[in-house]
Design a protein around this ligand. Sequence first.
Ligand SMILES: [Zn+2]
Length: 143
Amino acid sequence: MKVYEGGCHCGNLRVAFRTALDPAQMAPRACQCAFCRKHATGAVSDPDGHLEFILKNPDQVHLYRFGLGITEFVICRNCGVYAGAHMPDGEAAIGNVMAHVLDAHAQFTLPTIPVVRSGEDEDGRRIRRRKSWTPSTLVTGSA
Ligand SMILES: [Zn+2]
């Protein structure tokens, strides 16, 4: 397993994505919902990895919810960067990270794949994400 670190522009929001997958084999997914299109997203995930969002000053991080309201879209309030998504799911949570916020973004060389998820209900969305998203935690502090 390798750890791919990254974060927002100002440094308040950090991410650590642990995976054994090769970035050159991971095609970032460009969700076509209105929010993701406006951010030009390219999400990567690994169900066998781990994703950590590190909120140095949580007052300066916005956990934006919309649509079904089941997902927290993790955005730095200070610099405006959208780092990834975090979905509480029972006792745990799963998430994804935007490849372009990782320090090693240039290693993700495959073109993004547009994906349309607008037809899903909550159950269908959770079932799909449990298979493909990364076990995820939100951590407060400077860890
Ligand atoms: Zn920031």
